[in-house]
Design a binder for this molecule. Structure first.
Ligand code: NAD
Ligand code: WQD
Length: 335
């Protein structure tokens, strides 16, 4: 299939390009490079030995986006392009709502105009809010405490309504848990700008000596050891979930969790990282981070039952691959 991957130069998008190319699909990337670099796409080509057609455009720009649909016979869209920093979304709500929602509407409109039957959307476990774990796809969503999460819930709603009105259209709403790790080549991975917000890149930067120690945000949660519990999933497992979604998608709206179904605490991840890589990792206990929930992990059984998809790579692989990539990033990030 010819697949348009928006945000294909980003962290999850680039790994998904690898998985798509390896599965034999043709990949067209649309990315404005606001949080990535074209160098990443060169590395995807290096890994796969395949070509990618790249458009440096903003997918909120309907004219530029429509040009891609006019130039290619597209069979499916995977919409990764979006802004994702929770804290920044509180500071700049309009920027987040505009970018994340308008991009979704522009792409949906182009799909309908050009008769593109498949749409796969990057949603997030954040839409479950403070529901009871494990999170199941048919739970009522709870309001987020931030515009980023709301932009995902609203995009889900918009796509659901459009699909209802266009019964031949196929939409997958994929709710990602916590993607970590990198391609085993060490060529592509997560290289956030500035001080990382997320745990794994923070850990790898402490291990490298770029940051002096990890601050563990709270050890008084009602969890196994008091620290926050999350469902970490290897980014390549997540990437392969998209290839499966494209293959299995039928008409209508289909919601799937992409997680492992296992909760891991902050201290358990620190321990796993130390053991996997034979390193020490200095940390201290700090105050809770505002907005954090105690536990977030998937009921991952629906994707397995319907699609035969499960995450295969374990915590050791996630820690080793994340560290291998961090060691290989000489300039800090590809920008
Ligand atoms: P990322 O920032 O690495 O990738 C996003 C890409 O989209 C970047 O290359 C950026 O340049 C591009 N982009 C952003 N806005 C654009 C626009 N208007 N037009 C064109 N390109 C644009 O982020 P990621 O971690 O790869 O996340 C991909 C998607 O998955 C996002 O939608 C994110 O919200 C969602 N998601 C991420 C996580 C996570 O923890 N990483 C979890 C759940 C959901
Ligand atoms: C994981 C755990 C922290 C950093 C965020 C978004 C979510 C999704 C994924 C896009 C928590 C703890 C973290 C640190 C720490 N993104 N932690 N010290 O918060 O589960 O999810 O990214 O959709 O929407 O909210 O991920 O990696 O930031 O935190 O102790 O320096 O690590 O408190 O328990 P989170 P995270």
């Amino acid at each position: 299939m010819n697949i348009l991957v928006t945000g294909g130069a980003g962290y999850i998008g680039s790994h998904t390009c690898v998985a798509l190319l390896e599965a034999g699909h043709t990949v067209i990337v649309a990315d404005n490079l606001c949080n990535s670099s074209a160098e990443t796409l060169e590395r995807v080509k290096q890994i796969t030995g395949r070509e990618i057609t790249f458009y440096q455009i903003d997918v909120t720009d309907a004219a530029a986006t429509n040009t891609i649909f006019a130039n290619h016979s597209i069979d499916g869209v995977i919409h990764f392009a979006g802004l994702k920093a929770v804290g920044e979304s509180v500071e700049k709500p309009l920027v987040y709502y505009y970018n994340n929602i308008v991009s979704t509407m522009v792409l949906a409109q182009a799909c309908l105009k050009y008769g593109v039957p498949r749409f796969v959307f990057s949603s997030s476990a954040t839409v479950y809010g403070e529901n009871q774990v494990p999170f199941v796809e048919d739970m009522p969503l709870l309001p987020s405490t931030n515009p980023y999460g709301e932009s995902k819930a609203m995009s889900e709603r918009i796509l659901t309504d459009i699909a209802k009105a266009n019964p031949d259209w196929s939409v997958a709403l994929l709710r990602y848990f916590n993607p970590v790790g990198a391609h085993e080549s060490g060529l592509i991975g997560e290289a956030p700008a500035g001080i990382p917000n997320n745990l794994m890149p923070y850990i790898t930067q402490v291990a490298k000596g770029k940051l002096d120690k990890l601050r563990v945000f709270g050890n008084d949660y009602p969890t196994v050891d008091g620290t926050g519990v999350r469902d970490y999933i290897h980014v390549l497992d997540l990437a392969e979930g998209h290839v499966t979604a494209l293959a299995k998608l039928t008409a209508g709206v289909h919601i799937y969790n992409l997680g492992t179904g296992h909760g891991v605490s902050v201290l358990q991840l620190v321990q796993a990282f130390k053991e996997a890589n034979g390193l020490d990792l200095p940390y201290e206990i700090a105050a809770r981070r505002p907005g954090d929930i105690a536990e977030c992990y998937a009921d991952a059984s629906k994707a397995e039952r319907d699609w035969g998809w499960t995450a295969k790579r374990n915590l050791v692989a996630m820690c080793r691959d994340a560290w291998r990539f961090e060691k290989s990033v000489s300039r800090g990030r590809f920008l």
